[in-house]
Design a protein around this ligand. Structure first.
Ligand SMILES: *[C@@H]1O[C@H](CO)[C@@H](O)[C@H](O)[C@H]1NC(C)=O
Ligand SMILES: *[C@@H]1O[C@H](CO)[C@@H](O)[C@H](O)[C@H]1NC(C)=O
Ligand SMILES: *[C@@H]1O[C@H](CO)[C@@H](O)[C@H](O)[C@H]1NC(C)=O
Ligand SMILES: *[C@@H]1O[C@H](CO)[C@@H](O)[C@H](O)[C@H]1NC(C)=O
Ligand SMILES: *[C@@H]1O[C@H](CO)[C@@H](O)[C@H](O)[C@H]1NC(C)=O
Length: 945
């Protein structure tokens, strides 16, 4: 062969090789940097190998879509070599950390950059302004810090700009002669910057008539100065949220020109001047001007002339005089005029809105009320002269506060019967058991405030389903549940997405479904306003085994020493990447902050519980703020927190002086983290840092069984529900005794330690007193007696020998509580004794009509006698005569079958889902509950053996 031709061939083949392998090497780097990559990421060629989550055009990677698969690691800078990449969606992988590569601007073809719900840090690189194709930029819900790069102003194709929920500081950049700014973004419809630490004035230059923006969300920052009047020139606006900043000055009068604005939030600022005149905002649905310092004024007429107003929040705004009757005649759902100087007689008139749910007039000067008998929803006149009159104060409902609880919505079955499912599976709306992909939808500004109305959810369901199915995704059905309004006034909804054809999604399915939500392909009707979705990690891939990351397997054998050399380089490269990954791994070691000097016995052996840093928890609880404080006890405080994934948690924070030694704390979390059962509250993680000891639990929304029995939560427990709760709790305790390893004796079973979730499933809580049993313990442990009076096993009390039968005794007392809804010790009477004395087995209902809870006395009490027999066998004097927990479970199952209930079915039929609304509701974690150690409940500490 001609020598020149040979050289040509050689050069040619090198070129082919290097082009084809360019993207391969980058993806190998990703694979070795990240944990939990899809299992089919094997081999050397991601494109021909059809790697999950990777889309190619020819040999070039054009899309990476990998949301919600628990990816862990950093974004390697090699990724910027994917020069054909158009879509990068790594959303909802909170294990992704580190900063973005400075040269990210090299990804010149990128149109969608979606990193929402990860844990990226550092500043947003300036080079992001070079991504001129970018349409969709979603960096929200991370930990980015530093300034918003002005270069973003170069992204003239940008449609969606979401930087919310980070730690961004500095001012909002606008253009100057030397640099671009966000005022250039005339095609961007969404400016979402909420929940950062942006400061300085809102530049008046930011807003101009050329903008076409729909949603301006700047809430919860540190913006100061006055609202620029230029805002009134942006006629496209539909949602404006400037609430919870430090804005001052008067509201510019030309805001009134914004006839398209539906949601306007200016609350929690220091605005002054005349009360705004919003007569021209004719589309206004939701307006919140609360907590500002406007000049005192009468209720303006626009309150009653705006045709589509649903929500008026005007708390503490200096309003005075009489409330006009005409106010209530529009579409109103909520009128909150708390803390003003309104006076005279309240008259709702006869033509008030039939949607009216809440009229809150606390802390005013109202001295009369023309009672409108048709209005039966919430009215609050507490702290008005009318409620100071004796007689009125005691007798009128409107003189007491009944806090609204969240509605108990969850999607019902599509005319089929829900089937019992094995452990983690859930019955879909089409009654098939499957592992859904779940996550949280956050609607950041809805046009309605009444979230009790079920049509809000039922009308969303078919649209969501359609969005998936019309994108050819394998979705069978979807289910919405657990609506709440969070502290930011976002509507928060749980979304479960069920697979079709099989019981679980594969990686392709999760990638596609995740993208429909992360890229906003699904568009809800306007009334829902802007939303984001944060997915939970999907844990149910078939046979999910770890992908190997040992070097590169090269499937193609090519001759020539040049190629061998290239392979060696590639191998070295992969090795380096692996080393890098290992280094990153070490940095992410969850126990890195474990203090070995404290002789705490090394790294704790944990299953599924995460180590949180103090900083993280501080962020999730808004700096342990008062509003998030949901309970306290001798141990310390309990806070509610929201993880970036949207998961609500209860954080038990030991106060100084109550902390345990490192070893004890470690023993406790090791024990707690081993406990995984659907009827047991699970530990999500812990924090052991900066002298702090905190335990993080899943948050159980419906409070304690005791609160429901006493009527506090407004949830009515009929006989059937009580049987289900008894069964769930019994299964939880049985699990601790028989299946936990090592077995656990709870030592403090009581109705205050049984929590009810959104579907009223019972969950056993608080192992603060728990006692693991070692092999050597042979059935009993001798300990100092601990527990709660009324539930305490008398045998244990006398002998100090703790056995599982002590829990059975306490559980028997709980069964008696389920029958009577009374405290075990009340007015000097002991429930066990009273039962034994009153009972006559020859009579109907054993002659117990006088002491059973009136709430169930109207029910047909099928199985009642067997239930009583079981309860009394549990509270026998001698432990040896009591049944075991597994016997108890079996007998409750028998009773349920008698009563025609399927002991394995899910609880909470949707037909019953709307009770318990707007009745008094105390939070589960207040006073004597899960984490409280007051009263008869002795101080808690796990005793090290
Ligand atoms: C709006 O756009 C027009 C035409 O492109 C331009 O001349 C004008 O300067 C722009 N106005 C502002 C305030 O940017
Ligand atoms: C409010 O503005 C409207 C025009 O938008 C005007 O007709 C009305 O008089 C104003 N009301 C007050 C009290 O200034
Ligand atoms: C109500 O308040 C207004 C304004 O403060 C005052 O002028 C009026 O006299 C008060 N009316 C009654 C009945 O107290
Ligand atoms: C993933 O699931 C979809 C639909 O359920 C199916 O069509 C596809 O073949 C699956 N992919 C793999 C790699 O199994
Ligand atoms: C992402 O969503 C937008 C609409 O928000 C849509 O136009 C676009 O086609 C989507 N991108 C892809 C790749 O599906």
């Amino acid at each position: 062969m001609d020598q020149r031709f040979q050289i040509f061939l050689l050069v040619f083949s090198i070129q082919i090789f290097s082009i084809a392998s360019q993207d391969d090497a980058v993806l190998q780097a990703l694979r070795s940097q990240w944990k939990n990559t899809p299992p089919n990421w094997v081999g050397s060629d991601p494109c021909r190998g059809n790697w999950d989550g990777i889309e190619c055009s020819g040999s070039r990677v054009i899309a990476i879509t990998l949301s919600s698969i628990k990816l862990t690691g950093q974004l390697p800078s090699d990724i910027v070599n994917l020069s054909e990449l158009q879509i990068l969606d790594l959303s909802s992988n909170p294990g992704l950390t580190g900063s973005l590569p400075l040269s990210i601007g090299n990804l010149k073809k990128l149109s969608n950059l979606i990193l929402a719900g990860c844990s990226f840090t550092g500043s947003i690189p300036d080079s992001i302004g070079s991504l001129v194709q970018l349409r969709f930029l979603s960096l929200n819900t991370n930990r980015f810090s530093g300034r918003i790069p002005p270069s973003i102003g170069n992204l003239l194709n940008l449609y969606w700009l979401d930087l919310a929920e980070n730690q961004l500081t500095g001012t909002i950049p606008v253009s100057s002669r030397s640099s671009p700014g966000l005022d250039n973004l005339v095609n961007t419809k969404h400016f979402h910057f909420g929940k950062n630490q942006l400061s300085g004035d809102i530049p008046s230059q930011l807003f101009n008539p050329n903008l076409t923006v729909l949603h301006v969300l700047f809430e919860s920052n540190k913006l100061s100065g006055s609202i620029p009047s230029t805002l009134g020139s942006v006629r496209s606006l539909e949602v404006v949220r400037l609430d919870s900043n430090s804005l001052t000055g008067s509201v510019p009068s030309n805001l009134d020109n914004l006839s398209g604005v539906k949601e306007l939030y200016l609350s929690n600022n220091g605005l002054t001047g005349p009360f705004p005149n919003l007569t021209g905002m004719t589309s206004l649905n939701y307006v919140d001007l609360s907590n500002n310092s406007f000049t005192a004024s009468a209720i303006p007429s626009w309150f009653s002339t705006l045709p589509s107003l649903t929500t008026l929040n005007m708390e503490d705004t200096g309003l005075e005089g009489q409330i006009p009757t005409s106010l209530f005649s529009a579409q109103l759902q909520t009128v909150n005029l708390k803390g003003n100087h309104l006076n005279g007689t309240l008259d709702l008139g006869s033509s008030f809105s039939d949607q009216l749910q809440v009229v809150d007039l606390q802390k005013n000067s109202i001295d009369g009320f023309i009672n409108e008998p048709r209005y039966t929803n919430d009215l609050i006149l507490v702290d008005n002269p009318i409620c100071q009159e004796s007689g009125v104060r005691e007798s009128q409902k409107y003189c007491s506060i009944s806090k609204q609880s969240d509605p108990l919505y969850s999607t019902g079955p599509n005319s089929c019967a829900r089937t019992p499912c094995s452990s983690d599976q859930i019955s879909s709306p089409n009654c098939k058991c499957a592992y859904p992909y779940s996550g949280t939808l956050f609607f950041r500004a809805t046009s309605f405030s009444n979230i009790i109305n079920p049509t809000i959810y039922t009308s969303l369901e078919p649209l969501l389903l359609l969005a998936f199915q019309s994108n050819q995704l394998p979705v069978d059905s979807i289910s919405l549940s657990n609506p709440t309004r969070n502290l930011d006034n976002y509507l928060v909804l749980n979304l479960d997405i069920f697979p079709t054809g099989t019981d679980r999604f594969n990686h392709t399915g999760i990638s596609g479904v995740g993208f429909v939500l992360s890229n906003q392909t699904f568009k809800p009707p306007d009334t829902y306003g802007p939303y984001i979705f944060i997915g939970h990690s999907y844990n149910y891939f078939a046979g999910s085994h770890k992908s190997s990351s040992t070097g590169i397997v090269v499937g193609v054998v090519v001759g020539g020493c040049v190629l061998v050399l290239l392979l060696v380089i590639a191998g070295l490269y992969a090795y380096r990447q692996k080393r890098r990954a290992e280094r990153a791994d070490k940095q992410n070691n969850p126990f890195a902050s474990w203090d070995p000097n404290q002789s705490s016995g090394g790294i704790p052996q944990l299953k599924g519980a995460r180590n949180f840093s103090f900083e993280e928890l501080r962020k999730y609880t808004s700096n342990f703020s008062e509003v998030n404080n949901i309970g306290s006890g001798g141990y310390g405080m309990v806070y509610r927190g929201t993880l970036p994934s949207g998961l609500l948690v209860a954080i038990k924070r030991a106060q100084q002086g109550s902390t345990q030694g490192g070893l004890e704390f470690k023993t406790e979390i090791e024990l707690l983290s081993r406990v995984h059962h659907k009827n047991v509250v699970s530990l999500v993680g812990f924090c052991f840092e900066q002298g702090e000891q905190m335990l993080i639990y899943e948050y159980i929304p419906n409070g304690t069984l005791k609160d429901s029995l006493s009527g506090k939560t407004g949830i009515r427990l009929d006989w059937m529900r009580r049987l289900r709760i008894a069964l769930g709790a019994a299964r939880g305790v049985q699990y601790l005794h028989d299946l936990a390893n090592p077995p656990i004796i709870h030592r403090d079973i009581k109705s205050n330690n049984i929590l009810l979730d959104e579907r009223l499933n019972a969950k056993v809580a608080d192992f603060g007193l728990s006692k693991p049993m070692g092999d050597a313990d042979k059935g009993h442990v001798t300990t100092q007696v601990k527990g709660t009076m009324g539930y305490l096993d008398p045998e244990y009390y006398m002998t100090q020998q703790l056995t599982e039968k002590s829990d059975v005794y306490s559980f028997g007392v709980v069964l008696l509580e389920l029958l009577t809804a009374r405290n075990p010790i009340e007015k000097g009477m002991y429930i066990v004794r009273e039962f034994k004395m009153t009972m006559d087995t020859t009579k109907r209902l054993y002659n117990l009509q006088g002491i059973i809870d009136p709430v169930i006395s109207g029910n047909e009490l099928i199985g009642f006698e067997r239930f009583v027999d079981l309860a009394l066998s549990c509270v026998k004097e001698a432990g040896i005569n009591r049944p075991s927990m597994s016997d108890v479970v079996k007998e409750i199952e028998n009773v349920m079958e008698l009563a025609g209930l399927n002991p394995n079915a899910e609880s909470a039929q949707t037909s019953e889902n709307y009770e318990g609304i707007s009745k008094g509701f105390d939070h589960p974690y207040t006073n004597d509950s899960m984490f409280s150690y007051s009263g008869t409940h002795f101080p808690s500490k796990l005793e090290p053996k």
